[in-house]
Design a protein around this ligand. Structure first.
Ligand SMILES: [Zn+2]
Length: 290
């Protein structure tokens, strides 16, 4: 357990609405009005049964089994011993693989990934994977991590496919990964509003599985009394309707939910204190034309 971790995930006690630009949004509402609506709108989120798997393959065609983990914070090896990671065709890690992105930790992580049996392994970085964001201004780093991390640390992860603003296809299933989030002081930080919206515009029109580190607004994004999810990410999702959106980041909101078009999965393995707690989440997806 990293004693600093509790504070890392706490943000100043400012309601999130103060940080949302008041420009026009969905259904003609301003962003602020939309925010006020979704805060009250519990009906938007429909829980999916969570017996490790959120769906099951039907009998026709070929299905791939996806196993999703996130926020292991330097404890993937420990997780492999304590909370078994089911075998499957594709392993996805949604970021915060490390706490600070040190070289030794990345090397150990890469070895652990190498030991896992999944044929395909796809990851995105999280805000704690320090050094993974080539565009980061290190002078704006959170005061606790001024020079931490490994520049181009993703190059050490040779046993996985690392995605950032990048598409990847597995047996015709279209995957897209991106790490942008609105938590200031970390790699991949972007201001909410226009700048964030521009990042999500890079997403292709057709996506079956979207992988981000942080949640969209309103889905498994509750931290205490705040919602940490991003409005513009939700807009991008509602336009494309990927079958699955997987993420982590908000440790308190592990689980799954659906809007009947997209199934959302927050697979954060750790609790607030970075104590390992939650099991991987499994979903199945049919191979196109199979
Ligand atoms: Zn985390």
């Amino acid at each position: 357990m990293n004693p600093l971790s509790i504070r890392i995930h706490l943000c100043p006690q400012i309601p999130l609405s103060h940080r949302i630009n008041d420009s026009p949004g969905r259904r003609g509402q301003s962003r602020r009005e939309f925010w006020e609506t979704i805060k009250r709108d519990n009906k938007t989120v429909i829980a999916v049964t969570l017996n490790d798997a959120v769906n099951s393959p039907d009998e026709t065609g070929r299905w791939l089994k996806f196993v999703v983990i996130s926020d292991t914070h330097d404890q993937l090896g420990e997780m492999m011993e304590k909370i078994p990671i089911p075998d499957g065709d594709v392993l996805i890690h949604c970021g915060d693989m490390t706490n600070r992105g040190e070289k030794e930790k990345l090397e150990a992580l890469n070895e652990q990934f190498g030991q896992l049996p999944h044929k395909h392994k796809v990851v995105v970085a999280g805000n704690h994977d320090l050094g993974f964001d080539d565009t980061e201004d290190w002078s704006k780093r959170h005061y606790k991590y001024p020079n931490d991390g490994t520049r181009e640390g993703y190059k050490l992860l040779t046993n996985v496919t690392w995605l950032h603003d990048k598409a990847h296809e597995i047996e015709g299933i279209k995957i897209y990964g991106s790490s942008w989030h609105p938590l200031r002081g970390y790699p991949f930080y972007v201001d909410r509003g226009e700048k964030m919206a521009a990042k999500w515009m890079k997403m292709p029109d057709e996506v079956d599985i979207l992988i981000t580190h942080a949640p969209p607004l309103g889905y498994l994004d509750t931290f205490g009394t705040e919602r940490w999810g991003d409005y513009d990410l939700l807009q991008a999702i509602e336009k494309r309707n990927p079958k699955f959106h997987v993420f982590g980041h908000v440790h308190e909101s592990y689980g799954s939910a659906t809007n009947n078009r997209t199934t959302f999965i927050n697979a954060a393995a750790c609790l607030k204190s970075n104590t390992l707690s939650n099991k991987p989440i499994v979903f199945y997806m049919k191979v196109p034309n199979s």
